[in-house]
Ligand binder design. Structure first.
Ligand code: GDP
Ligand code: MG
Length: 167
């Protein structure tokens, strides 16, 4: 069966765990290469979604800031994206809202899944339920993840994959 190939991007504030999430998801299993000129790391992973074989081409930008992640050259051609926030830093959720606006302006309203990462740090978890509920009310779909423990990571990528094939 021929795989359907889709590009996805990781976006989010600095240090929310984008690179760690990709590493957790693809570790030891996939090809990877660096495109050093634009500072982007590209990994691929194939997954079974229903009756389809989906090949995700996962773009993770090296620039450690939110601006870099919203550059048109990085986002162009993306079929969807993972919007990552750090559950121990509520401001990264505010940044995510801003980033989503910028991404929508560049690639249009493509599917995305929100990730509230670092759920393993329960003692430091600092996202008020009300803020979370507000996002759900906007129709955002969120998965709590931990790149450290692996919790929710596969699920988050799978959910985005399923969305991409629904289109
Ligand atoms: P990026 O800038 O968004 O790519 O973030 P990184 O993946 O480089 O992670 C930033 C820091 O957060 C690193 O020190 C990681 O080890 C740490 N980190 C990432 N994900 C998690 C997580 O789920 N739990 C914990 N405890 N630390 C994490
Ligand atoms: Mg990174």
């Amino acid at each position: 069966m021929t795989a359907i190939t889709k590009k996805i991007c990781l976006v989010g504030d600095f240090a929310v765990g984008k690179t760690s999430l990709v590493a957790r998801f693809v570790k030891n299993v996939f090809n990877e290469k660096y495109i050093t000129t634009v500072g982007v790391k590209i990994d691929t992973k194939q997954q079974q979604v229903g009756e389809h074989e989906l090949k995700l081409v996962i773009w993770d930008i090296a620039g450690e800031n939110a601006i870099a992640g919203t550059r048109a050259s990085y986002l162009r051609g993306a079929s969807g994206y993972l919007l990552v926030a750090d559950g121990t830093r509520p401001d990264t959720l505010e940044t995510a809202i801003d980033i989503k606006r910028q991404v929508d302006a560049i690639v249009g309203e493509v599917p995305f899944v929100g990730l509230l990462n670092k759920v393993d740090l329960t003692d430091l978890w600092d996202i008020p339920e009300s803020q979370f509920d507000g996002l759900l009310a906007r129709g955002w779909d969120f998965v709590k993840t931990s790149a450290m423990s692996g919790e929710g990571v596969e699920q988050a990528f799978e959910r985005l994959g399923a969305r991409l094939l629904e289109q």
